[in-house]
Design a protein around this ligand. Structure first.
Ligand code: SAM
Length: 278
């Protein structure tokens, strides 16, 4: 039988088709429509997005997200450099640094790391990390829906940027701005590495009525928000911003935690978007 699946490392499966919903899953999605978040509350969530994320880090400190050890496996671009080449790496929406610190641990001595987030607490956690080294890292606050970034970084100077589980937290009307910011930050030939939640991921299906803000966009209990992407939406967003699409796919993987008895299928989207060299 013909298949459009490709096996990635560590059990990841790359597929280019949307998950098919069971009847029960369709009903669950329908049920979410019975109580949509009113417009006034949705606007308040948008105005207070930074506050909700900052409180998230006040509550969870550095304990919530796991270190992202998969990045060099999934993004060979990170290791395709001569060790004497100076590389400027920018993590957009860095949280407490779960992407950059594993790279620091692995060496990457030729990298200069920029890490930004709009949560002041998250940035303070990055700076307080024992692996933080001010001679090769700069952590700062920036809201990706504005031009803040360029107060700390020059346009066109970044070799690799990453946007890992960040765009889903941002209102869909601001995505174009975020894609443009990433584009402007990169050098010609530079690369944006992307990973986020995919359409019909189990976390999307689990939302109860009272959490849906708009199609595929939800509020979590703590006031942070999350969108679930299709491949097509991302291809359109990033190509309109000027990027060449090198990879753009769903990733299916199982998240297993034997201690907690968890074994769940997850759906992510992963992309590699290149700023054309000329
Ligand atoms: C799910 S966390 C991911 C953090 C990190 N990239 C990681 O992989 O662990 C989403 C992050 O996006 C940040 N964020 C959300 N909206 C933002 C915005 N408009 N500008 C900058 N950062 C934002 C949040 O503060 C949060 O740290």
């Amino acid at each position: 039988m013909e298949t459009d699946e490709t096996l990635g490392a560590n059990g990841d499966v790359f597929v280019h088709r949307l998950k098919e919903l069971t009847e029960e899953e369709k009903q669950r999605l329908e049920l979410q429509n019975t109580r949509i978040i009113p417009e006034g509350k949705a606007s308040k969530l948008e105005r207070e997005a930074r506050k909700h994320w900052d409180l998230f880090y006040k509550r969870n400190e550095t304990k919530f997200f796991r270190d992202r050890h998969w990045t060099t496996r999934e993004f060979q671009e990170l290791i395709n450099f001569d060790s004497d080449e100076q590389i400027a790496f920018l993590e957009l929406g860095c949280g407490v640094g779960n992407m950059i610190f594993p790279l620091v641990k692995e060496g990457f001595t030729n990298f200069y790391f920029y890490a930004c987030d709009f949560s002041p607490r998250a940035v303070e956690f990055v700076k307080a990390n024992k692996l933080f080294d001010g001679s090769r890292m700069k952590a700062f606050c920036a809201d990706l829906t504005s031009d803040d970034l360029f107060e700390n970084i020059e346009e066109g100077t970044v070799d690799i940027a990453s946007l890992i589980f960040v765009l889903s937290a941002i209102h869909p009307t601001a995505w174009t701005q975020v894609a443009k910011i990433a584009y402007r930050a990169l050098k010609p030939g530079g690369m944006l590495l992307f990973r986020d939640y995919g359409r019909y991921d189990m976390a999307q299906l689990r939302f109860k009525p009272g959490h849906k803000i708009a199609d595929n966009f939800y509020m979590r209990q703590d006031g942070t928000r999350s969108y679930y992407f299709t491949e097509e939406e991302l291809a359109s967003l990033f190509s309109t911003a000027g990027f060449e699409i090198l990879m753009n796919t769903y990733v299916q993987r199982r998240t297993v935690n034997f201690k907690e008895g968890i074994d769940v299928p997850r759906i992510f989207v992963q992309g590699k978007y290149k700023k054309p060299a000329t």
